[in-house]
Design a protein around this ligand. Structure first.
Ligand code: FMN
Length: 272
């Protein structure tokens, strides 16, 4: 007969081993999460959380062409954005690109990742795959589950436009991405110098948005001129989140295209 003490020891060891497996092996987590996975091109609404279509890792436009055609564009059509386009732009902004530690599309000092990305969807601004529209309001982007969660319901476009010194392009876009920072995540490790690291990082995220928007034939412009407190209130940011960039998103009225021969003549003229 196995004594009670031996039995308890074996049971304890088995429990510890199971816990170790669960904590240490990402595959176990992946196995349990598989049921909630969204297929490429698919999307799913679960309560207030929207699981976005998975990002595409291949596109039709080269990096060089996206760089050449990147421009701040402020005149837009009224055509809505598609959810898969918004999903792709959010991933480019701050999505996951490394699955062991959850590193992202931007470099980040000490991988402290101080940024929080929000989407403000305008009325009839983002078309869903089922033919409806994304409910207007502000949404928080979670890079890990590649999902957005409703933070504040309603048409926030006019209030955001007013918070951004009435820059028309904020009102006329179909959605607006807001990038905020929690400085503490980076200054806790780097002190005052962390402030500049946060500003460098938001520049990376902003450029990612520009390039991805360009590659998708969309338009954006980086906006730094706004009343911080008003943007915080309108979007529903947390008390430690400071807004740094607004980036309206829409289809360009006149897409920008850099002609190769124009560039050659320009460079030639400077060479004399
Ligand atoms: C930090 C920063 C803040 C900016 N703020 C605004 C802004 O508030 N409103 C705006 O229309 N454009 C803003 N811009 C966009 C610039 O006006 C634009 O990048 C510049 O005119 C060069 O044009 P390009 O982006 O097409 O190359 C900002 C750009 C940066 C980098």
């Amino acid at each position: 007969m196995v004594s009670r003490r031996v039995f308890m020891r074996v049971l304890g060891a088995a429990l510890l081993a199971a816990l170790g497996l669960l904590a240490g092996i990402p595959h176990v987590y992946a196995f349990f999460s598989r049921r909630r996975r969204v297929k490429p091109g698919g999307w799913k609404r679960s309560g207030e959380r929207i699981l976005l279509p998975l990002p595409r890792l291949e596109g039709d436009v080269s990096l060089e062409r996206a760089l050449a055609n990147r421009r701040s564009i402020r005149d837009y059509t009224r055509e809505p954005l598609r959810l898969e386009e918004v999903s792709q732009v959010l991933w480019a902004a701050y999505g996951i690109t490394e699955t062991r530690y959850g590193f992202k599309t931007t470099p980040s000092a000490g991988a402290t990742y101080p940024l929080e990305v929000y989407l403000v969807a305008y009325p009839e601004g983002v078309l869903l795959p089922d033919g409806g529209f994304l409910e207007p309001g502000s949404y928080h982007y979670d890079p890990h589950s590649h999902s957005i969660t409703l933070v504040k319901r309603g048409d926030l476009s006019r209030a955001l436009y007013e918070a951004a010194l009435e820059q028309e392009w904020v009102l006329e876009a179909r959605a607006c991405i807001v990038i905020a920072a929690v400085y503490e995540r980076t200054t806790r490790r780097y002190g005052q110098r962390g402030v500049r690291y946060v500003h460098m990082e938001v520049g990376h995220a902003g450029q990612n948005i520009y390039l991805q928007a360009t590659a998708l034939g969309l338009a954006t412009v980086a906006i730094g001129a706004f009343y911080d407190e008003d943007v915080k209130r309108v979007v529903g940011l947390g008390p430690s989140e400071e807004p740094l960039y607004l980036m309206p998103l829409a289809r360009p009225l006149r897409p920008y295209y850099l002609d190769e021969s124009d560039l050659m003549s320009y460079i030639d003229a400077y060479r004399g």
